[in-house]
Ligand binder design. Sequence first.
Ligand SMILES: Nc1ncnc2c1ncn2[C@@H]1O[C@H](COP(=O)(O)OP(=O)(O)O)[C@@H](O)[C@H]1O
Ligand SMILES: [Mg+2]
Length: 472
Amino acid sequence: MSALISADDVVQYLPLVAVTSGSALGVLAVLWLVRYLMADAAHRASIRQAVRIRLRWKRLAPMLKLAATDRTPTAMDSLSTTDGKPPKPRTLVPPLKVRHDAYGVIARAGCLPGVGLEEYQKAAPYLADAWRCTRVAVTQDTPSHVLIRGVRLDPLTTATRHHPTGRAPEVAARWDLGVDEYAQPVTVDLTQVPGVTVAGLPGSGKTSLINRLMSDWAPSPAVQFACADGKVTTAYEGDYAHLANRMFAFVGDDLEAANVLFRRLVKLRRDRVAAAPSMLGGPDMWQVGPSESWPLVVLIVDEAHTYFRDHKGSDKETKRLAALAAENARLVEDLVKKGRAMGILVVLATQKSTGDAIPTFIRDVCPVGLSFAQKTSDAAVAALGEDIRNWPDADPVNLQGRSYVGVAAMNHPTQPGFLRIRTPLVTSDDSAEIAHRTAHLTQDPATLLPRIPPRIGLGKAAPDEQSGPLAA
Ligand SMILES: Nc1ncnc2c1ncn2[C@@H]1O[C@H](COP(=O)(O)OP(=O)(O)O)[C@@H](O)[C@H]1O
Ligand SMILES: [Mg+2]
């Protein structure tokens, strides 16, 4: 049993069992009680809430104008009136079925003449009060029914944990992010997506989010990872160290090492273009999907500003760093602009996504953008675009405080507006375990391509075509 049975619980439901015992209803009641007692505290609270809602619906619905009045006597009504007076109008209450989950209830209510989606949506704030919910949302379910989602606990401020399963995902490039403010799962399809930006104040949950992505995708041999972590000075330390054996390349904050890695990936992209007709049968990897022999290459660039920010000064060393940063930006731009069809995805995380942190020519070609907490509206606009000013409720400036660590705003993939998402925490122990179990799947994707004969008579290769040594 996942929770202790309190005396209150037993007393509350004993009469029900007593009254109905001995009948088929009694059996059902006992089953129901067992289910209740087996549930954890959050589910029990939701079960009680669902029972209250069902019991009070008949009174509540007319008070909220969610009932209809039928003034036309039916044939039966006319027969049953003996005093010659017209029969009384009947109040029709919409049928209501209520399910529950850990966060609250999901009710399916019928529509009546004059009582449809609009009326339910108008009544939502009062339903929230009556049902003791933090928020209530109403959507059309079928033409004659609406779905009413009521959350008792705020899913955004309820921290959650995710334990990676260790099984290869069934669908390629599907990113499970977490739950929205109504506790509905949020996933983003990253097929055909060349770049993702993740912004947010330090400590707001960016690296954890990427950690989850890697842990979920690591069991697939059709995905290979490379990482540049600008937070660490030497490779294989810091937030990604425990995932290192599932990466074919990993560099720290050294601009030159990052430069070598980015060049190597641009070379991979070009080599893939040459190999695509024979290996894929066409110029677009997404037409056939990623595979073990042509894996989706995910490049993580965390603390991305480290690699791109401008270095001002006239001394030799500063000039060298400025040149490297400019070239890094150009190489990553190449990957984001041209890597999609070749199966290359770049995930860039940074504190601010203003132009000095991620050059706008890179940021603006990343179709998916998320932002955890931000300090200023300007930073929120840089991360999510101008449109966020029209949706103040979703502005990541409001995501301040400990309870919002792990909560991000994202452009809604299918509707106008923004979603707020509670992402779960994946501990480094869990992801280390996954990386350890899947380390044997790590392959350098360049080694999977047929050997391309050296080009003769073309002179010296362009800088981004020279392959560098594997950054340790
Ligand atoms: N989704 C989450 N849920 C709860 N706590 C989280 C979540 N993500 C991060 N944290 C907490 O915040 C800390 C910092 O997270 P991290 O991802 O490293 O932030 P960032 O990369 O934005 O600096 C983590 O060590 C963890 O304790
Ligand atoms: Mg981080």
